[in-house]
Design a protein around this ligand. Sequence first.
Ligand code: FAD
Length: 564
Amino acid sequence: MEDIPVSELALNPKRGGPKNLPIAEILVDDEDCENMQEQRDKPKLVILGTGWGSVALLKTLKPGDYHVTVVSPVNYFLFTPMLPSATVGTLSLKSLVEPIRRIVHRVRGHFLKAEAEDIDFSSKLVEVSQLDANGKRQHFYLPYDKLVIAVGSTTNPHGVKGLEHCNFLKTIDDARQIKNKVTENMELACLPTTSDEERKRLLSFVICGGGPTGVEFAAELYDLLNEDLRVNFPKILRNEISVHLIQSRGHILNTYDEALSKYAEARFAHDQVEVLTNSRVKEVKSDKILFTQVEDGVTVTKEIPTGFCLWSTGVSQTPFAQKIAKKIETQNNKHALETDSHLRLIGAPMGDIYAIGDCSTVQNNVAAHMITFLRTIAWEKGKDPEKVHLTFSEWRDVAERVKKRFPQAANHLRRLDRLFQEYDKDHSGTLDFNELHELLLQIDSKLTSLPATAQRANQQGEYLGRKFNQISKTLPGMKANEIDYGDLDEAVYKAFKYKHLGSLAYIGNAAIFDFNGVNYSGGLLAVYLWRSIYFSQSVSLRTRILLAMDWTKRAFFGRDIMSF
Ligand code: FAD
């Protein structure tokens, strides 16, 4: 690190770019540095976001090879898997965040607490904006030689009305607001002026979405009610409180093995958490939730009076990612920015822009693999692939082989199963190769090959870090303006390959694990295993010490039930 001179990030007095904005430049003026010109010529690597993808990249990158600038509206990294624990005071908020400047410092980079607004591909400029001390939005450009988009995702509203009455769980501020709301509801329920009906409503907690976040929040809420209520709110009886989880599909945690979903449902039933499956939220009002269920083939609307509603029903694209996708003709996935297998943004000129994590998807090749498997089956049957007919059980065989190769495609295969059966009604009991090929292509754009998880973002960030290190090793002393990034990635490094390590979830004094088909579920032992996995993945020694202190504090003194 010692021979890396300190650089400055300063505004260029000259303006430029399509909007004629000021341009921020990297300046290296260290007379003691022997290779100053080389340092000045180093490529500029701009990273958008300070989440899982960006931090994994920053931690893998060798210091000194690039001028690194990180842009994000928040100046910390958030350890999201444990965020539900912070909503009820099991963990404190500061134990889940790490100051980003410490991480950026390792690569002698710069951090700008600002937001990326747009990209001008032709002049290689990112438009950035931030509010100044007077609350006025200031815009400027940041030049890049390599740009990594890792801006994450936003909550998916699914077009439901009344979400302004809901809480969300994505940011540290969301967790703080949930904690305050839950505590306030308890306090209000204890006031002598609160009617019985109002008290019941205030103590009715509804969670929309039966994925891991909704389930883990329900579990944490259950823990709070059972472990800390009697001491802090002796006037509130446990049976006055209700927790409801609304899920549109047939099971909660439907991306996990079915046995684990059922285990979680049984556990919730035992813990008096009401799980409403096959139920769709229609509207959220300030005091109730309207949802539909199908009964005897008829759709009926039901309602639950509620004092708290968590909306946690999946993710969608950020406005920035949407804007970038619209600028590129060949980007036609509505849910995420499409990249090639080297994680380069498809359609962006010059191969110098990458997209990783939740905001991106690697262009799907599940359909291509299915077609290869179909051909193999035809070959095994000694038939011409173009003429082979598949029965439903032969189709299942293909699906099983694909599932082994792409465990994350299990959901899509189930969708294909349904399509096969629907299609099959009007046909002769079999599908021929061409018909199936046609079906695959029809739903191809709906198949996302990778899940939106920290696990994937982390692997992609590490992959880019290793690749960028390799590029600088291959081209030592590289001059940014002389490098043709065109096919450099393929030449120096292999394509990205996702390795699914498994899924886990906390379900209230119990935990479940799905390690690629090997299931484990249980009580205390499983909870300690769940904790130790996340403890080891925590981003720094500082956060590990804070986590250990929080768990110890809770074991001796219970949770902090306060709102501020
Ligand atoms: P993020 O980590 O979301 O980071 C995005 C970054 O981009 C943020 O710093 C944001 O401020 C910044 N940003 C946004 N817009 C801009 C802009 N215009 N310009 C610059 N910066 C911008 N995954 C698991 O694998 N296991 C789990 O147990 C798990 N639990 C979860 C629990 C909760 C409550 C939540 C919300 C998520 C959980 N996830 C889990 C999912 C996981 O957090 C995400 O998949 C992961 O954070 C994605 O990483 P990322 O780098 O793509 O985006």
